[in-house]
Design a protein around this ligand. Structure first.
Ligand SMILES: *Cc1c(COP(=O)(O)O)cnc(C)c1O
Length: 372
């Protein structure tokens, strides 16, 4: 048996039908680029999150870059990001010319540690980007409090956490702006695409203006500054609308997959799986497994052995502070990031996975870790 690591949303049979339906609708209206689905998706996301404004863009990375720009973050400013995240979180800061400062993560949520944010604030700090890693929300209340105290922006990177809950509210609606990705392996997908969300009208207007060539509202084809093209197409948006209609089903499936793994690994104490804090709803974008120190096989060896058995896995993200372009920034000591990064792996988590698959994967993991 061979198992794909994550199924690209579009590859599911069900989703292929969905795609054909959507495509036909767009064909009927000859509306591939601009059209009503963009607005419909933006409205749908606002309703889903209970937030005021949403702007469709071409990727999650652009969705990070634009609010930074719209907030007026500039060269020489510092932006605090978690050390354990996908590299785009830090790169968006670097595109601005600002400096990403890497904070350590919490040992349970694996998201940015508010205590460490405090330690890394300087007179140059302008913004914090908490990341809701692997589907678990960052602890937003203390982060927002710190931001208020120091006058900082908070941009939530929710690229991996569509629908994740924080004290009854949804991530992406809790800071100055929220960021979503609709890349092929995310909770909902448009192939490529992203969304900016906010409750701040000024930020919304400014972001919308910048992402669409900075065209003057009063004077068509007059551009008072240099803008960008970060548009989402109507076809992508139509696919997004169809995906959003069944987001609860997709999230429930992710949670079910996690519960299968949890059940089949519950009798085994050499590993830790994703946490879910009492104030959180985890959407388990990825089922994650962290090897304890007394596990008799190292992470990379385990991944190789699983691969030999036909089970594809991914390592946790590497600390961004150790990557060549950022390593010079500061001398970092982020022990939890380092710990998790060396011992963590993502297990197959695609929504097509079934109970039998999970059982078989867990049996194989235990067999390898018990040295049988
Ligand atoms: C996927 C991802 C992004 C980037 O999204 P793209 O759509 O691939 O540009 C940013 N941040 C995090 C945490 C991600 O997982």
């Amino acid at each position: 048996m061979k198992l794909p690591f994550t199924d690209l949303g579009l590859l599911h049979k069900q989703d292929k039908e969905e795609f054909m339906k959507v495509f036909e609708k767009c064909l009927d209206n000859s509306a591939f680029i601009m059209g009503e689905y963009i607005t419909e998706l933006e409205k749908g996301i606002c309703e889903f999150l209970n937030c005021k404004y949403a702007i469709g863009v071409s990727s999650g990375t652009d969705a990070l870059y634009i609010p930074l720009l719209a907030a007026g973050i500039k060269e020489g400013d510092e932006v605090i990001v978690p050390d354990l995240t996908f590299v785009a979180t830090a790169n968006a800061v670097a595109y601005i010319g600002a400096k990403p400062i890497f904070a350590d993560v919490d040992s349970e949520t694996w998201c940015i540690d508010p205590e460490d944010i405090k330690k890394k604030i300087t007179s140059k700090t302008r913004c914090i980007i908490p990341v809701h890693l692997y589907g678990h929300p960052a602890d937003m209340d203390p982060i927002n409090e710190i931001a208020k105290e120091y006058g900082l922006y908070v941009i939530e990177d929710a690229a991996e956490a569509h629908g994740a809950g924080y004290k009854g509210r949804k991530v992406g609606s809790l800071g100055d702006a929220g960021v979503f990705s609709f890349y092929g392996n995310k909770i909902i997908t448009t192939g490529e695409g992203g969304m900016i969300t906010t409750n701040n009208k000024d930020l919304y207007e400014r972001a919308k203006f910048l992402k669409d060539h900075a065209m003057s509202k009063e004077k068509r084809y007059f551009h008072p500054e240099i803008g960008f093209n970060y548009r989402l197409t109507n076809i992508q948006a139509a696919l997004g609308v169809a995906q959003l209609e069944r987001i609860e089903e997709l999230i429930n499936k992710k949670r079910q997959i996690f519960n299968w793994y949890k059940e089949y690994l519950s009798d085994f104490d050499k590993i830790i799986l994703n946490h879910e804090k009492e104030w959180a709803k985890n959407v388990y974008w990825m089922v994650c497994m962290v090897l304890k120190d007394d596990a008799n096989v190292k992470r990379d060896e385990l991944m190789k052995r699983l691969k030999d058995e036909g089970i594809d896995t991914r390592p946790f993200f590497y600390p961004i502070s150790e990557m060549p372009m950022y390593v010079k920034n500061l001398n970092y000591n982020n022990p939890f990031t380092k710990h998790l990064s060396e011992r963590g792996l993502n297990l197959p988590s695609g929504v097509n996975l079934n109970n039998e698959d999970a059982k078989w994967i867990c049996t194989t993991i235990k067999m390898i870790l018990k040295g049988v």
